[in-house]
Design a protein around this ligand. Sequence first.
Ligand code: AMP
Ligand code: FE
Ligand code: FE
Ligand code: ZN
Length: 279
Amino acid sequence: MTDEPTADLHLHTTFSDGTETPERVLEMARQAGVSAVAITDHDTVDGMARSSAAAAACGIELLPGIEMSSCSRQGVEVHVLGFLFDATHPTLTQHVAEQKARRIARIHETVKRLQRVGVTIQAEEVLQVAGEGTVGRPHVARVLLKHGYVSSVSEAFSRYIGTNHPGFVPGSTLSPAHIIGVIRAAGGIPVLAHPIYLKCDPLIEELAQEGLLGLEVYHACHPPETVRHYEQIADRLKLLKTGGSDFHGDIKEGQPIGSVKLPYALVEALKQWKTTSVP
Ligand code: AMP
Ligand code: FE
Ligand code: FE
Ligand code: ZN
C-alpha cells in the first residue's frame, strides 16, 4: 500500500533566516517522506529558481510560497504567508525589492544602537552572514553569538534585539491589509501565519474582511487543542486551512521538516480556490 501524499507548507532556507540551502531542505523533505512543500522565506522569492530545480530533482512538488513579515498591527508584527502567486508580478517584485532595502537599513540602525551599549559588531559582518538571503535579526543574533556577547540565539533576542531591548529597531509599519493586497494582486492566497503568536482571534475576523483567504491552523507550535480552536475559526470564517513545520534548520529546535504533515487534500483545496477565483 502506498502512503497517502502529505505536505509541509512552511519552510525557511538560507534565502532568509534558515540555516540550510534550498537543495538541502528539499533533500530533507524527501527523506521525511513529504510529497509537496512550499518554501516560505521571509519577504523574498529569490530562492525560488533553486528550490524549483531541487524539488524536481527530488520528485517533490513545490508550491510558490513566501512569508511576508513586513507588516504590523498596533506595534505587533503580523506574518502573512502567500501561496500559488505569480512570482514575476510587478506588484510583488516591487514590494520585495522595497523590503530588501528596508531590512538592510534596519540592520545598520540596529548595529548603531548596539554600539551605543558597548556591543561593537559591524553591519558588514551581519550582511555577510545573511549572504544571498534577506537579512534579519536572526543574522544579528548569530554574529552576537560568534563574538561571545550571548551564549544562544534566544539570549540575543531576550537581551539585545527583542522588542524594547537596546538594539531593537521597529520593523515595517505597513498594514496587514496592504500585504494581503500585494499577495492577491499577484494572484496568490494570503494566509495568516502561526496565529498562536498573536493570540488575537478578533484580528483573524478583521483580516478575513480585508481579503485574507486562509489560516495556518497546523503549525509546529500549535498543540492539539490549539489546532481544534483554529479549525473551528477557519470553518466559521470559511478560510482555507494550511500548515507546516516553520523549519529554520538548527537555530530553531523541535521543528524538523515534516513535523507537521498536512493531508494533500488541503493542497488540492488551495489549487481549487485558484481555479475558481476570478483574477
Ligand atoms: P526580523 O524579520 O528581522 O524582525 O526577525 C524576525 C525573525 O526572528 C522571526 O521570523 C523569527 O524567525 C526570529 N525570532 C524572533 N524572535 C526570536 C527568538 N526569541 N528566538 C529566536 N528567533 C527569533
Ligand atoms: Fe524566521
Ligand atoms: Fe513567521
Ligand atoms: Zn516562518
